[in-house]
Design a protein around this ligand. Sequence first.
Ligand code: EPZ
Length: 407
Amino acid sequence: MRVSGRKNAAVALIPAALLSDEEVVLENVPEIGDVATYLEILDGLGAEVASPGGGVVRISPRRLGSRPVPEHLAKQMRASYYLLGVLLGRFGEADVGLPGGCDIGSRPIDQHVKALAAMGATVEIKNGRVRARAERLRGARVYLDIVSVGATIHAILAASRAEGLTVIENAAKEPHVVDVANLVNAMGGHVVGAGTDVVKVQGTARMGRAEHVVIPDEIEAATLMMAAAATGGDVRVEGVVTKHLESVIAKLGEAGASVEADADWVRVVGPERPRAVQVKTLPYPGFPTDAQQPMTSLLARADGTSTVTETIHEARFRHVDELRRMGARIRVEGRTALIEGVAELTGAPVQASDLRAAAALVVAGLSAQGTTELAGVEYLDRGYERLEDKLARLGARIARVPATART
Ligand code: EPZ
C-alpha cells in the first residue's frame, strides 16, 4: 500500500511557496482537508492556485497581497501560523486569525512570536487575531525555549526573506523541517543545518521558480503498520522513507510484530496478540507523538501492562475514554497512560475528538470483536487521504456510512 504525501510537510510547503516571486509546483500533495483549507486561504490572498489532480499543486504568487486571513479558515488548522512569517517577509505586515488545530493541549505560539520579534517584528495578539508588522525583517539569533516543529519551520520561512543571517538554536529535527528547507533552497534560499538542532538561514531579496515533491507521510505509514500489528495482519507500506520510521519499527518489533524493511518499504506481520511495551513520545528521532494514539489502541490488547508517556502535548489521551467503551483497561496518570492489556476489545459506537484519536479508534475497531461505529470521521479527513479505502484494500471490513444512515 503506497502512503500519501506528509500532511505536516504539505501544510508548511504551501505557505513556503508564497516566498517565491515566481511559480512553485508541488507534487505528491495529499488530498486532505487541511490542504484544501490552505489553498482556499491562498486564493483569498490573491495567489493563483491550480490543482490539476494527481497530487500536483501549482502556486503562482504574482498577484499575492498581504490581506487579513479570515478567522474561520485560520482556526480550522494549526499550520495557518506560517502565514505570519511569510507575509511579513514579503510585505512587512500580516494579519492572521489565531491558529486552531487538534484539541490536544494549550498549544501556545509564544516561540513563534519570539522568533518573529527577534527578527524585528512587532506582534500583537488580540480579538482572536495575530497582527505583525516590520519595516524589514532582519536576521537574528533565535534560541527556541522548547523544541518546536512549528516554530522551527516558521523561523526558517521568516528568515529566508529577512536581511542578513539568522541562527536558530534548539531547532526541531523532524523530516518535514528538512523538506521545507529543501524547498526554500530550491527557490534560491540559503538554509544550512536543517535536521540538526542549529539551523542557519541567509536571507535573500528574491526567490524564483521551483518544483518539489512532498516527502511521504511517516504518520500515515505508522498508522497502517499499527493496524497490521493490532489485527495479526500482513501489510507492506511502500513509498516511505524507512529511516523516518526507525522508532516505530523498533517499538512494533518489541511488541511482537515481525518487521522487514528496505529503504522505501516496510512489511509488518502482526502477532497473534501483541506484547506489552513501554512507549515515550519525544521529538524526532524519538517515538512520534502523532503515532502515540494508534499505538495506545494496539497496546490495549497486549499481553501484559504497558505504559505510554506523552511528553509533547499536555492532553493527548482523549481517545482513552472511547477505548474504555470497547473494553480497554487504561488509567491515565498525568502524562502517562497505564494500559492493562485485555485479550479482546469489543466493537462499540465511539466518538473521535481529534485527528489521531480518530485514527486510534479505527485501529481499535479493526482489532475488536464486532462492529465499531466511529463518529467524527471528519477529523480523519483533515489528515488522512481516504484512509478507509487504503485499509479496505488491505482486507479491512470498513466503510463510510452517510450521516443519515447512522444508527
Ligand atoms: C506540529 O505541531 C504538528 N502539526 C503536530 O501534528 C505534531 O504533534 C507536533 O508538531 C509535534 O511533532 C503541524 O505540523 C501542523 P510543536 P506544533 O510546536 O507545531 C509547545 C498532527 O496530529 N509549544 O512541535 O504545534 C506545544 O504546545 C499534529 O498531525 C509552545 O509551548 O508542535 C507542544 O506542547 C498534532 N510554544 C510542544 O511545544 C510554541 O510557540 C511541541 O509543539 C510552540 C509550541
